[in-house]
Design a protein around this ligand. Structure first.
Ligand SMILES: NC(=O)c1ccc[n+]([C@@H]2O[C@H](COP(=O)([O-])OP(=O)(O)OC[C@H]3O[C@@H](n4cnc5c(N)ncnc54)[C@H](OP(=O)(O)O)[C@@H]3O)[C@@H](O)[C@H]2O)c1
Length: 246
């Protein structure tokens, strides 16, 4: 998949944050991109490729079937997620605790299911953006880490079902480290800095190079262009790029 010009790429959660960087990077790599989010936010005209906006709630179970049917993508990237409420466990209600299950897990469930049922054509690639919190926990964000860990599990389940059915599909989970450059990451960084008694700057400095939407976009283009046979089931994503998880 080194030449993306003939590969329609659906990016779910593309209006801002990491997903916007991913949609932009795939278009710049020459792909026809379908940018999905509830609010249709315009992109500057890409130098290569194209970006088609689709305003839709990706958690609506009818949406993946409709978009996969209409666009016949060779790459599907699920980035969309809700911003968790940052507070200690006892200050959560069930509703605030479960918000990422109702959004992030719900979206991954409906899209992975549809990818397998359609199925996407042989050689297609699916990337699910989970979180570093799935590996380390996230004590201030209720059910967030558990929801992101479930995304990792079901990405693996989807890979297994594809193999059992003889479908040539590759599923990869990506685990970004916290970045203050998106709304979601900024509220998390602020809450954890306050909890550890550090300034936001001090807290973030200890985390190493900052992950930007541009770095995330370039990393996912590189991942999709890597030969499927050498792709790992999961990668940590930091400001230094992708790192295979054992
Ligand atoms: N930022 C970080 O520090 C960080 C760290 C680790 C993991 N992550 C993960 O990376 C992903 C992106 O995070 P981000 O920081 O870029 O978040 P963000 O800036 O809040 O962007 C979230 C994107 O998802 C879209 N979205 C949310 N619900 C949707 C729905 N039901 N249907 C369609 N689109 C939906 C939003 O668009 P609309 O609101 O217009 O629908 C927006 O484009 C998330 O899964 C997050 O958990 C982020």
């Amino acid at each position: 998949m080194s030449d993306l010009s003939g590969t329609t790429t659906i990016v779910v959660g593309a209006s801002r944050g990491l997903g916007r960087g991913v949609a932009t990077a795939f278009a710049e790599a020459g792909a026809p991109v379908v940018a999905v989010s509830r609010t249709a936010t315009a992109f500057p005209e890409p130098a290569a490729g194209t970006i088609t906006l689709e305003a839709a709630d990706a958690g609506d179970p009818t949406v993946p079937a409709d978009l996969i049917d209409r666009y016949d993508p060779g790459v599907v990237i699920l980035v969309a997620g809700a911003t968790p409420h940052m507070r200690p466990l006892q200050h959560h209600t069930w509703e605030t605790f479960s918000v990422n299950w109702q959004t992030d897990v719900r979206i991954a469930f409906h899209w992975l299911r549809e990818v397998l049922l359609t199925p996407l054509r042989p050689g297609s690639r699916v990337v699910v953006v989970s979180s570093g919190a799935a590996l380390a926990g996230s004590p201030l964000s209720g059910g967030y880490a558990g929801a992101k860990a479930t995304q990792r599990f079901i990405t693996g389940y989807a890979q297994d079902e594809a193999k059992r059915a003889g479908l040539d599909l590759t599923f990869t989970a990506v685990f970004p480290r916290m970045t203050p450059l998106t709304g979601l990451g900024q509220s998390a960084a602020r809450a954890y800095a306050a909890r550890t008694g550090q300034t936001e700057e001090e807290y973030l400095k200890a985390m190493g190079p900052v992950l930007t939407p541009e770095i995330a976009g370039a990393a996912l283009v590189e991942l999709v262009q890597t030969d499927a046979a050498s792709v790992a089931p999961g990668y940590l994503l930091t400001g230094a790029g992708l790192q295979k998880l054992p």
